[in-house]
Design a protein around this ligand. Structure first.
Ligand code: UDP
Length: 372
């Protein structure tokens, strides 16, 4: 065998595993069916701006181990995510914080905000939230649920909030302070120069073949390596033999605008049901300070994001982690356990709504078990 490991997929999971394997003296080949590395964190430069081609990625983590590891491969800027919600032209601060509550209800103190939420929760009669709708109302009340959560979530997931798992909404903090940092994380930022450069640094000195589709050339590629790290969709690996898992896909409409500032923020979420896109990303604000540097660039690049149900041939983005898909995934997992030479990893390989830091953490944990 020419290689110890064939890594299928040059995204974060694959790149971290490959870097560690190489470090441990293993012979590694990384392949990807796309014409480029970096998976969905891929960025490319347009008009001097790093454009997040497969959706915005803001790195954040509480893990010292993950932060210390990843910052060896890129310097991170001090970007802090604080999206704005646009509900039919009314603007609200996100995540849910005192600015949001003040705009929604005119309340001024944390006690007043807490009392308002409590009153709406009591009126809705929810004691033990069983789905996203009930979880959202019990966290922030009905007004915020109706204006800032319901429309966005139903566009994003294509399902009623009563049919979605409550953990999705618990990703967002609720704070009785004037802190509009979207993440409760110790470390946060965007790699300077873009994510593609970060992944390229991880893969330095490792053989990479892009435009190579593993499942189309499985037999010949398997013959080259002792073991396979597979980061593609687990159901696709098995030819969808038990049926397809559900994913949400995203379509981006990206435009270069001949103006320096379109929306004044990296992310504006359109939380009403009627606007067809979920959010607009203005990429320059991930990199530049909003006050001076960004406005010095004469142009700006924006992406409107449209969410859709995935079908075979589309790019999968978000696993739909409801009970039905969870059960189907468990059955695929049983098949996966029988593939002795193959390890499944990453958002698609493990069918998990992983953040980037969790992907890195999982890859490092695998390295600990696999590479010794
Ligand atoms: N969400 C919402 N309104 C918003 C932003 C998010 O209701 O303005 C909900 C929605 O259900 C979404 C979930 O919170 O799916 C998680 O949002 P997050 O920003 O973490 O999603 P991602 O950035 O991964 O797409």
């Amino acid at each position: 065998m020419k290689y110890d490991y064939l890594v299928v997929g040059a995204g974060l999971f694959g790149a971290v595993f490959a870097e560690q394997a190489k470090h441990a003296g293993k012979r590694v080949l990384v392949i990807d069916r796309r014409p480029h590395i970096a998976g969905n964190v891929y960025t490319e430069e347009v008009e001097g701006i790093q454009v997040h081609r497969y959706g915005a990625h803001i790195f954040h983590t509480n893990s010292r181990r993950v932060w210390d590891y990843i910052t060896k491969f890129a310097e991170f800027n001090r970007f802090t995510n604080s999206p704005v919600a646009n509900y039919h032209g009314e603007l609200y601060s996100l995540p849910f914080n005192m600015y949001t509550f003040n705009k929604m209800w005119g309340v001024v103190t944390p006690e007043e905000a807490a009392a308002k939420i409590e009153e709406q929760r009591r009126d809705a009669g929810i004691t033990d939230p069983k789905n996203l709708e009930e979880q959202a109302i019990s966290l922030v009340g009905t007004d915020i649920y109706e204006k800032l959560i319901r429309g966005y979530t139903e566009k994003q997931w294509g399902r009623p909030c009563t049919e979605l798992p409550s953990f999705i909404i618990r990703r967002l903090p609720v704070r009785l302070t004037f802190d509009n940092n979207y993440f409760n994380a110790r470390y946060q930022g965007i790699p300077i120069g873009g994510y593609t450069k970060l992944v390229s640094n991880l893969l330095e000195g490792i053989e990479v073949r892009t435009g190579t589709d593993y499942l189309k050339q499985k037999a010949e590629l398997d013959a080259e390596a002792e073991r396979v790290i597979y980061t593609g969709p687990i159901d696709e690996y098995f030819g969808y033999s038990l049926g397809a898992l559900q994913y949400r896909s995203v379509r981006f409409e990206t435009e270069v605008l001949d103006k320096p500032n379109f929306q004044g923020n990296a992310a504006v979420n359109y939380t009403d049901r009627e606007t067809p896109w979920t959010r607009i990303i203005e990429h320059k604000w991930f990199e530049f300070g909003k006050d001076v540097d960004g406005n010095d660039l004469p142009k700006t690049v924006i992406s409107r994001e449209y969410s859709s149900e995935w079908k075979v041939g589309d790019e999968p983005y978000y696993p739909v982690n409801d009970r039905r898909n969870g059960e189907l995934y468990e059955r695929y997992l049983q098949l996966a356990k029988k593939e002795r030479r193959v390890i499944f990893g990453g958002r698609l390989g493990q069918y998990r709504y992983y953040d980037m830091d969790a992907v890195i953490d999982a890859a490092l944990a695998l390295c600990g078990r696999e590479l010794g």
